[in-house]
Design a protein around this ligand. Structure first.
Ligand code: NAP
Length: 233
């Protein structure tokens, strides 16, 4: 069987780094994408390689349409295929809406929503050519005070997922999203104690999850076992 190739965006840290490691353990060759944290991306790849897996790093700001297109073209040129795309890269720029600047609204949409469009747009051509592919995006379903930009982008990811799933269903490409709730990463490290306490109270298990909890779900959705699941969150 040909080796599968996965692109994980924002795999230098947090959930993306763990998704990359989990996929690599399943004998998938992983492209570890990052935008600013080169050393951390290299660390993720090194951990994968030391554990017997295969990985390379690729720096690219996924909000840049043409840079993203070039990254995907380069992957296909180097490795001949692209089987799995994980849209994980994301940022927060929280503020109550009356204090949220236009720039902070736009940047979160650019990275968290447009970034997913950019990668899907770039990867789809190759997946259609291969007559197979799996796309998974890390999403969110709850609105949180101070996150108008983030919640709008994540709701957009759900619409994008459901639409692309229908467009690609006949091409043997499955498209799903994972909405993991609160997970211990650099992103949630920034939350105030009050917000953290309020969030914890709403979680049935009364604790935040860990990147490992999300990575296995993503790995399942991008495996052959999930070939009849598409357009789901
Ligand atoms: P994190 O620890 O802050 O990591 C974010 C990752 O995204 C980093 O690897 C970062 O890479 C990358 N990234 C940011 N902007 C990028 C860009 N323009 N181009 C390429 N990569 C970029 O966040 P996380 O908690 O792991 O979150 C990962 C995803 O899960 C995000 O989409 C987030 O919205 C979603 N999510 C998280 C939670 C949670 O509770 N943590 C809950 C629901 C959903 P660099 O450092 O190299 O820039």
């Amino acid at each position: 069987m040909e080796e599968k190739i996965a692109l994980v965006t924002g795999a230098s840290r947090g959930i993306g780094s763990q998704i990359a490691k989990t996929l690599a353990k399943k004998n998938i060759f992983v492209v570890v994408n990052y935008s600013g944290s080169k050393e951390k991306a290299e660390q993720t790849a090194e951990e994968i390689i030391n554990a017997g897996g295969k990985a390379v790093v690729y720096g690219c700001d996924i909000s840049d349409f043409y840079a993203t297109e070039d990254m995907v073209k380069e992957i296909v040129k180097q490795y001949g295929r692209l089987d799995i795309l994980i849209n994980n890269a994301g940022i927060t720029k929280d503020n109550l809406i009356m204090r949220m600047s236009e720039a902070d609204f736009d940047r979160v949409i650019e990275v968290n929503l447009k970034g997913a469009f950019n990668t899907i747009h770039a990867a789809a051509r190759q997946m259609i050519r291969q007559k197979s592919g799996k796309i998974a995006s890390v999403s969110g379903v709850l609105g949180n005070a101070g996150q108008a930009n983030y919640a709008a982008a994540k709701a957009g990811i759900i619409g994008l997922t459901k639409t692309i799933a229908r467009e690609f269903a006949g091409r043997n490409i499955q498209v799903n999203a994972v909405a993991p709730g609160f997970i211990e990463t650099d992103m949630t490290e920034k939350l105030s104690d009050t917000i953290r306490e309020q969030a914890t109270q709403q979680i049935p298990m009364k604790k935040f999850g860990h990147p490992e909890d999300v990575a296995e779900a993503v790995a399942f959705l991008t495996s052959d076992a999930a070939s009849y699941i598409t357009g789901q969150v």
